[in-house]
Design a protein around this ligand. Sequence first.
Ligand code: F6R
Length: 245
Amino acid sequence: MNIFRVKDYQALSKKAAEILLEEVKKNENAFLGLATGSTPEGTYQEMVQAYKDGKVSFASVKTVNLDEYEGLEGTHEQSYRYFMNKHLFSHVDINPEQTFVPSGVAQDIQKELEQYEQRIRSAGGVDIQLLGLGHNGHIGFNEPDKVFSTVTHRVELNQRTLEANQRFFASYDEVPKFAYTQGIGTIMTAKKILLIVSGKDKREILHKALFGEVTPEVPASILQFHPNVVVVADEQALPEIPSRV
Ligand code: F6R
């Protein structure tokens, strides 16, 4: 595990964008795994800027996102499809047909989820998967559980996640209670994983995820078993790196 501890959110965004863009510069057909939430917003801003400055092209890049809320159309302002268009896709030269986010409203959900999983598996996993970290240790929408989830599936979101997501909706009742997410098994097929974590409120869970017991009660702890993980965290989230790392 390679850990970069940076000063603040701005430095985190620059470093994370640099790591993602390295993959695209190395391979113009790169398959990127993307995430939503507040943490990657700055990273996407940096990527858009690099494109505008003529430093990178996304014309042949393919992307797949981690998750989507059940019941939200891609045109809904809180859907993850809308988020990705708003923060990244509509500002760069990527082919929209090569960007995949699970459909929140597919007629045949089982088929949609199987196809989604297959798309990732048949490529042998994404080249790099960007991840944020939930306050309860979730990655994607894989909530704390008794076992690690395997493939792309439907999940019931837990109380902590619903409360955290409420800030984006007019009321708690409007927060979707179910979502579709890549499984932990799917995420672990990524050739490289980039975990970005910012802020004091993530300090305790980040420490557990990186240095604690590997347990499905802290889903992100599974990353300790992945051979190629890069963590970029700011000083607020990671005040120190224990010496055994
Ligand atoms: C988003 C996702 C979630 C978030 C996590 C952290 O696609 O899968 O796991 O990464 O909830 O969210 P923020 O960055 O808003 O704290």
